[in-house]
Design a protein around this ligand. Structure first.
Ligand code: PAF
Length: 283
């Protein structure tokens, strides 16, 4: 297990010296099958894989769950043994943010709407830590889950605009058998909340049926359908239902091109997000 940036740099240099392609899977730990699927994909693309486990304080807002966020390092290390025992980077906070640290990476445009409105400092924290991880690991390819769709847009934009020499691979959302998107935060849900949470993915399937099956192009009609499905769960408070262009995240009124639908809702003290990418090839 690597704990310092200096050690990580040395490790990365050795890998590249041996002509190995380095894959990076950045995580905040509390690993589940979604993370493991990223590692499995990384194993296919790369000669050597690094998983970072770091609960990044700068991406949490003041009233968010930084202190409660599950920290399960021993379980995580055990799980990683089932997917080829990748190298692991587990820094302390002071290693990533030493005293006097005073840089924040801000990505405009795609970081502004949706999550950006609700969590105004979140994506600056994500972009800052991910850039540090890219630079320290020298990764050739980094793997992210589609579950955090807007996060991927922010990271792609940062990589493009700053010419960071890393390829981004996005892997499909991994779901529980009933459709709930896997998330480390699902651990917070009570039994009742857990059974209500499934309406998010169900609402996205209904939307897909409307758009792909019934060829409905009116975004407002689709949004109403999603809303009424989510509202069947009495404790679910909708933050947003966005129907948007997957590249720019600009909201659409007419669905006649590739579209992403992003939903976010609070339940109890938890927040859940989910999304679906719909490819609409129309003549
Ligand atoms: O998606 C996450 O778990 C985090 O936002 C990330 C990319 C590891 C940065 O802390």
């Amino acid at each position: 297990m690597i704990t310092t940036i200096e050690e990580l740099r040395r490790w990365s240099q050795q890998q590249h010296h041996s002509q190995k392609r380095v894959g990076l899977v950045p995580t905040m730990g509390a690993l589940h099958d979604g993370h493991l699927s990223l590692v499995k994909t990384a194993n296919q693309y790369c000669d050597t894989v690094l998983v970072s486990i770091f609960v990044n304080p700068t991406q949490f807002g003041v009233n968010e769950d930084f202190h409660q966020y599950p920290r399960l390092l021993e379980d995580d290390l055990r799980l990683l043994q089932t997917v080829g025992s990748p190298e692991v980077f587990v820094p302390e906070i002071t290693e990533m943010y030493p005293a006097g640290f005073d840089v924040s990476v801000h990505v405009g445009g795609v970081s502004q709407p949706f999550e950006g409105e609700i969590r105004p400092t979140h994506f600056d924290g994500v972009a800052t830590v991910v850039l540090k991880l890219f630079l320290a690991s020298g990764a050739d390819i980094a793997f992210f889950g589609q579950k955090d769709f807007q996060q991927v847009c922010v990271i792609r934009k940062m990589v493009t605009d700053l010419n960071v020499p890393v390829e981004i691979v996005v892997c499909p959302i991994i779901r529980e058998p009933d459709g709930l998107a896997m998330s480390s935060r699902n651990k917070y849900l009570s039994k009742s909340q857990r059974s209500q949470a499934v309406v998010l993915s169900q609402s996205l399937i209904l939307a897909e049926q409307m758009i792909v099956g019934e060829k409905i192009q009116d975004a407002e009609r689709v949004r109403k359908k999603i809303r009424s499905k989510i509202e069947t769960a009495p404790d679910m408070n909708i933050d947003y239902i966005a129907i948007a262009d997957p590249q720019t995240l600009h909201e659409l009124t007419t669905i006649n091109c590739d579209t992403v639908i992003l939903v976010a809702a609070g339940i109890g003290t938890s927040r859940l997000i989910d999304n679906i990418l719909i490819t609409t090839t129309r003549s």
